[in-house]
Design a protein around this ligand. Structure first.
Ligand SMILES: [Fe+2]
Length: 371
């Protein structure tokens, strides 16, 4: 059955043909990427011409950067414009309704951002407003090519503020521990002195270190917050903490802290020359072929950067703390000076306050049963 065309249909069709806004060509839309309409409005009521020009220039540039598609500019009809009193301007020019579009069209920078200027619909201000349709900002090549560094290791650095006199007391205490070493473990050739193997593995119980550990605790909670943990759900425990002293080529070999969750290194005494801490990349996410980034076997085949490095060296300063997952392989480079480098490390463990819904988190320690 053929449907009869009504007068209403004819009217709609004619309206459609007259309509300025053309129906989108499907292929074109796909080619140009669909632009979702993003509208912003600026009201220039009561501005002088100069003020209005300045405001519209800044506004259009900002909108262009923000990928706005249409700007509604409200000028009013000009009768209340302050500049009407300016004898050096003609009445016509004083009307923002005319002067602002003219300013836009003659502004070399703005005109490059614009598709067209049209009158506004009644609901947007009619004669006292107009539309500026903006072009799509062409992205630079750099912006078109995006690199997403997924799953980065978070190494948190913070500054711990203690006074020089407090520092001296702590340094002296650690040097005294070194002097009274019990040498519980033989660590071989040129290892740094580590308090945990010398009978000083609970530094946080030493009253002299109370303030330091309370500042460090706050830092650790900043770190866990940054990596997305809800601190309120956990109890935090220092299970072990000790000092490390190195001098005369001593260092710490690559290792992990298997028994804890979070580890830190705080630098109580450090100079620029006494060596750094190294973090080892075990996952080698970008190693597209075995050993392809191994500098020894394929020298000249690649440039080292953080996307292919197997080791990243970090140069901390006095009073800085570095906090990282205990499972991160790390080491220190040899201290080539004769002055001691002193750092403090600890093993931190997180225990769920309520482990009801967790299979993997440690349940509250008071629920444990010793046998
Ligand atoms: Fe360590």
């Amino acid at each position: 059955m053929i449907k009869k065309i009504t007068d209403k249909d004819k009217e709609d069709w004619e309206k459609f043909l007259k309509n300025k806004e053309k129906i989108s060509n499907k292929d074109l839309v796909i080619k140009n990427n669909i632009r979702h309409e993003k509208i912003k409005k600026i009201d220039l009521h009561g501005y002088t011409i100069e003020e209005a020009n300045k405001a519209i220039e800044q506004f259009i540039e900002k909108c262009f950067d923000e990928s706005v598609t249409k700007v509604i500019v409200i000028t009013g009809k000009g009768l209340r414009s302050k500049s009407i009193e300016n004898p050096y301007l003609s009445k016509d020019l004083s009307i923002l309704k005319y002067s602002v579009p003219e300013f836009i069209e003659t502004n070399r920078t703005l005109i490059k951002m614009i598709i067209e200027i049209t009158d506004a619909k009644i609901e947007d201000g009619g004669g006292g407003a107009f539309y500026v349709y903006l072009k799509k900002k062409k992205m630079s090549i750099e912006k078109k090519q995006s690199l997403f560094n997924l799953f980065p290791l978070a190494l948190f650095r913070d500054k711990i503020e203690i006074t020089e006199s407090e520092r001296k007391i702590l340094i002296n205490e650690i040097l005294l521990q070194e002097k009274n070493s019990k040498n519980t473990i033989d660590k071989g050739v040129k290892p740094a002195w580590t308090g945990d193997t010398q009978g000083y593995e609970f530094l946080f119980k030493n009253k002299k270190f109370e303030k330091l550990f309370s500042l460090i605790s706050a830092s650790i909670k900043k770190y866990t917050n940054i990596i997305g943990l809800n601190n309120d759900k956990f109890n935090f425990y220092y299970q072990r903490s000790w000092a490390t002293i190195s001098r005369n080529n001593e260092n710490i070999y690559a290792h992990k802290h298997h028994q804890s969750h979070i580890t830190f290194a705080y630098y109580l005494k450090k100079s620029k020359e006494d060596g750094n801490i190294n973090f080892h990349n075990e996952s080698l996410q970008n190693e597209i072929a075995p050993q392809i980034f191994n500098a020894r076997s394929v020298e000249g085949f690649f440039k080292t950067n953080l996307l292919n490095a197997q080791v990243a060296t970090f140069a901390p300063e006095v009073d800085e703390i570095l906090i990282f997952p205990s499972k991160t392989m790390h080491s220190t480079s040899s201290n080539k000076t004769s002055e001691e480098r002193i750092s403090i490390a600890a093993d931190v463990t997180l225990v769920a306050k309520d482990s009801t819904n967790s299979e993997n988190l440690l349940p509250p320690i008071d629920q444990w049963d010793k046998f």
